[in-house]
Design a protein around this ligand. Structure first.
Ligand SMILES: [Zn+2]
Length: 469
């Protein structure tokens, strides 16, 4: 199934851009952070357990006769994500068995959703144009294969801690037309999911995995940046699946490489082979993993052990009640109410509960008439020695006051000390005068060491400069 990769060389050629338009669809898998697994009571904690096969039971080991029970929270979170992506929520949904054989799948089938997923027809906006969301469905993750040497022999080991972890799949329409747009979409999707507090989206550990379907549409006359959805009849007659991408950068680079590689093949009058390829980050190339003669037949059928699920209006309104304030709306409101700039705060939190923590803090800072901008600045420069989201806002305010307290030191007291520092450090003074402005940090540091009091950097700097002769 997973054969030895063959590597294809390519020579980049950017002259053909207008002749070929990339047609790209993305599939994103995300592990939900529910307390228990999808169809059993085992703890869902595959990343923080040192022993393999620790959180397992007959259900997630696929033992005969074991019966699955669906995790209600996982279903609610999938619907929540669907709502955040503007999807229609199907009132009737069901789980299906997807059959294929692989050692990390003990039952010989994966419980997934085929023709009745929980959510359909959503949309994500990007700066290049909207991207349609075909579906959001729920399935179970597989176990993990580990290839290593034991007693000098190459062996494959299986860890089932991950087997049965709830896995959401978000599938887009082939509306993406560049590597940059794919990256922007994937980042935005991650932000939406993190903010909903339903997954850690840890890409390094495999908690969020990306796949891209890439092909090129030929336009003999050339087109100018066509945006939107290609017509069904004009879709290319092949597609290349780029699998298991675990970073936004690799996604962008992998697609860029693929587009160039496919252009080369099309330009020579051939059609690229329909296949699955991997991305090698070290060499920055894609390589053949397996070629598909035709679409795999998974023999989908409804799982007889799991009843269909009816999403009633009252259940749906329950789920909606639990919805956080929209991410963008919130950031705009923070700007209005607290004067917090988006570009500073955006990088400091991910989940809605972390946002709630900041909200509480901002309210308190404001009521104590403390400068929020200065606070964020100190936070970014790690001058406030507290743990974000763990320590209470009250504790952080105490630390903030300590960090910003300024001692009352007169200029008369400072001038002789500065004089002494300038005399003992003539090289630093000369450096500063010749343009090496960063030397000021050193001079200020020297003065502060002598004074042993807290003085505002700006004031001290101005005083030192005034004393340069
Ligand atoms: Zn289990």
């Amino acid at each position: 199934m997973r054969e030895k990769p063959s590597i294809t060389k390519f020579i980049p050629n950017s002259k053909m851009d207008k002749k070929y338009q990339p047609i790209i669809g993305l599939e994103t898998h995300v592990e939900l952070k529910t307390a228990s697994k999808m169809f059993c009571g085992c703890k869902n904690n595959p990343f923080h357990v040192s022993k393999p096969n620790f959180y397992t039971c007959p259900v997630c080991l696929g033992l005969p006769g074991a019966l699955p029970v669906a995790n209600k929270k996982a279903i609610e979170w999938t619907i929540k994500l669907g709502l955040a992506l503007g999807c229609k929520i199907n009132t009737l949904s069901k789980f299906d068995r997807k059959h294929y054989f692989y050692p990390d799948l003990p039952k010989g089938y994966q419980i997934s959703q085929y023709d009745m997923p929980f959510c359909i027809n959503g949309k994500v906006e990007t700066s290049f144009g909207p991207i349609g969301i075909t579906r959001v469905h729920l399935e179970e993750d597989t176990g993990k294969l580990i290839h290593q040497k034991v007693n000098g022999r190459n062996v494959s080991l299986i860890d089932f801690n991950r087997s049965g972890v709830p896995l959401v799949e978000v599938v887009t329409e082939p509306d993406i037309h560049s590597a940059a747009q794919a990256k922007e979409y994937a980042k935005k999707l991650r932000q939406i999911i993190c903010y909903l507090d339903i997954s850690d989206c840890d890409m390094e550990k495999g908690g969020m995995r990306l796949e891209a379907n890439i092909s090129l549409q030929s336009h003999p006359q050339g087109v100018q940046n066509q945006i939107g959805h290609p017509k069904g009849d004009s879709l290319p007659n092949y597609k290349v699946e780029l699998k298991n991408i675990n970073s936004f950068r690799f996604l962008e680079r992998g697609i860029e490489y693929e587009v160039e590689r496919q252009k080369e093949i099309l330009e020579s009058g051939k059609t690229p082979i329909q296949e699955t390829r991997g991305y090698n980050a070290e060499k920055n190339i894609t390589f053949t993993q397996r070629t598909k003669e035709e679409a795999a037949d998974y023999r989908y059928f409804p799982d007889p052990d799991l009843p269909p699920i009816r999403v009633t209006p009252s259940w749906l309104s329950e789920i909606k009640k639990d919805f956080p304030e929209d991410f963008n709306q919130r950031l705009n409101r923070w700007q209005r109410e607290y004067g917090v700039k988006r570009e500073f705060i955006e990088q400091l939190f991910e989940t809605s509960s972390e946002a709630d923590w900041f909200e509480d803090l901002f309210r308190k800072l404001k009521s104590e008439k403390l400068a929020i901008g200065k606070f964020i600045n100190l936070l970014i420069h790690k001058k406030i020695k507290t743990v974000l989201f763990k320590d209470s806002p009250d504790k952080i305010i105490i630390e903030y006051k300590k960090a910003t307290v300024v001692d009352d030191v007169s200029d008369e007291e400072l001038i002789p000390i500065i004089n002494k520092i300038l005399k003992t450090n003539p090289a630093a003074v000369a450096d500063y005068k010749s343009g090496k402005k960063q030397v000021m940090n050193f001079l200020v540091g020297q003065v502060l060491r002598e004074v042993k009091k807290k003085i505002e950097f700006k004031r001290l700097k101005a005083l030192i400069i005034s004393m340069f002769s």
